[in-house]
Write a protein that binds this ligand. Structure first.
Ligand code: MN
Ligand code: ZN
Length: 497
């Protein structure tokens, strides 16, 4: 169970016990509106001993002295308050949340010293708290210490800020985003025996509760559509594939939708080109792209975004089996283009190429963005700091890069070009499914590009960022939910009326 926070806002609050959280600027000022003005110089004295200079994101923790209305004081440094970005407010919320976990109540003064903050900043702070509260321990039969203390009750959080009513309105938005990110994290963290293609599709179906139209295509329907590339990957598994189509109609009826496509390989053994044993358990996360798409669709519907959006996820399991596809096989994709299978571990692009073609053909979207834990090569290039961005459209690419900076889900644009494209030409078919070791993430992108025609398109290779990335102030989970906030930001910035 994640810790639950019951957040409310107030213009002022009388502290009676519990935890009090204060912000402090680098020049020594404490958050506005606080009744703890440090008359006895306790905070000042503790700061000196602990060498706490209120640098941004530093913290000071002290048991409140005799006579203080709070039992405990937690002071978070913010450096120069005017320098704080939207993402800094998320981080501050995360730092506060880590401290509040296990407390039954807390009063948090967040107006920056010397100035009241905006409702947006208060909402960002709350979002940071909700994201940090997440933990995945569904399969632990012993409760954590924090859960033991909370005993099923949520912690009561009062956030004190001048624009309390504005902050309250903005909170609904933060809750929608937190739910979407935490949903994506859950899906990535779930074990592969529990979450197969059918179960994953059922998760998509649950979005109907929020007003999303959801269709699930079965194997038979995909066969009829000619999705030979996707089906070739699935044929080695006893668990049948699914294609889930989620449609959020929040915009005007005549507006063409924007589209998001996700790779949902629920487990990737590599197939006949089997992977080494070490670390193979991580391949339960090979559906991080599909998880991000479901998470995003959840956010858009929950906050009733003023946009038409389609989410399509290809759900398969890649297994070695008597019926599995072989290197050397040639499959025909829905587009009619034929593909020679060189390596059965390069399966994500085979799933995506039919999903992309189907999406373009049926919805004529304004753009298509696909997300996939596609290549190990992208981790060699960018580590787990940036996700790889590949695009046929400079405008979309610039919009994505800037949304990534705002959301702190960073993208780095990688090159495309004819010399790379020809590396996937095949002797026996229209193309082959891998171009070899060199430029592995680029040739994978070129493979996808052959299925998008003239539609503005971007491919995000999130193999390094969707799972196992370093923990930080707002994420302590193995499955990070990467992509949800990024794409929600993109929609907010450019695609809502
Ligand atoms: Mn693979
Ligand atoms: Zn894969």
């Amino acid at each position: 169970m994640s810790v639950k926070f019951d957040i409310s806002f107030a213009k002022s609050a009388k502290i009676s016990g519990g935890l009090a959280v204060l912000l402090k600027a680098g020049d020594g000022e404490l958050a506005a509106g606080t009744e703890i003005a440090d008359p006895a110089g306790i905070i000042a004295k503790a700061s000196k001993i602990a060498k706490f200079s209120a640098k941004a994101m530093s913290a000071l923790d002290l048991v409140a002295p005799e006579g203080s209305p709070a039992d405990r004081l937690f002071v978070i440094g913010i450096g120069k308050p005017q320098d704080l970005t939207s993402h800094d407010w998320l981080k501050l919320g995360g730092i506060a949340a880590a401290k509040v976990k296990g407390a039954d109540k807390a009063t948090i003064f967040i107006d920056a010293p010397g100035a009241a903050i905006t409702a947006k900043a208060a909402a960002d702070f709350s979002l940071g708290m909700l994201l940090r509260a997440y933990s995945f321990d569904t399969y632990k039969t012993k409760k954590s210490e924090e859960d033991e203390k909370a005993n099923g009750k949520s912690a009561k959080i009062t956030i004190v800020t001048a624009d309390a009513s504005g902050a309250k309105k903005a909170l609904a938005d933060s809750e929608a985003v937190a739910e979407g990110v935490n949903l994506a994290r859950d899906l990535v963290n779930e074990p592969p025996n529990v979450l197969g293609p059918v179960e994953f599709a059922a998760k998509a179906k649950e979005l109907e509760k929020l007003g999303v139209e959801v269709e699930i295509l079965t194997e038979r329907e995909m066969k009829r559509l000619g999705m030979g590339a996707l089906l070739g990957v699935a044929q080695g598994s006893v668990r049948p594939p699914r294609l889930a189509i989620m449609h959020w109609k929040g915009g005007k009826a005549k507006d063409r939708p924007i589209a998001f496509i996700g790779k949902g390989v629920v487990f990737d053994t590599g197939g006949i080109s089997i992977k080494p044993a070490a670390g193979m358990e991580d391949m339960k996360g090979d559906m991080g792209g599909a998880a991000a798409v479901i998470g995003l669709m959840h956010v858009l519907a929950a906050r009733k975004a003023d946009v038409n959006a389609v989410g399509i996820i290809g759900l398969v399991e890649n297994m070695p089996d008597g019926n599995a596809q072989r290197p050397g096989d040639i499959v025909t994709s829905m587009s009619g283009q034929t593909i020679e299978i060189i390596n059965t571990d390069a399966e994500g692009r085979l799933v995506l190429c039919d999903a992309l073609w189907y999406c373009n053909d049926r919805f004529k979207p304004r753009f298509m963005i696909n997300l996939a834990t596609l290549t190990g090569a992208i981790m060699v290039a960018l580590g787990n700091v940036h996700a790889g961005l590949f695009s046929n459209d400079d405008t979309l690419s610039a919009q994505l890069t800037s949304a990534g900076l705002t959301a702190n889900e960073k993208l780095w644009r990688m090159p495309l070009g004819r010399d790379y494209d020809k590396m996937i030409d095949s002797k026996f078919a229209d193309m082959k499914n891998t171009g070899g070791r060199y430029a592995g993430s680029i040739t994978a992108a070129h493979f996808l590009k052959r299925f998008v025609q003239e539609t503005p398109w971007a491919h995000l290779d999130i193999a390094g960022t969707a799972l196992g990335s370093p923990q930080d102030e707002i994420n302590q989970s193995w499955g990070s939910g990467f992509g949800v906030r990024l794409l929600d930001q993109l929609v907010r910035d450019h695609y809502e009326a």
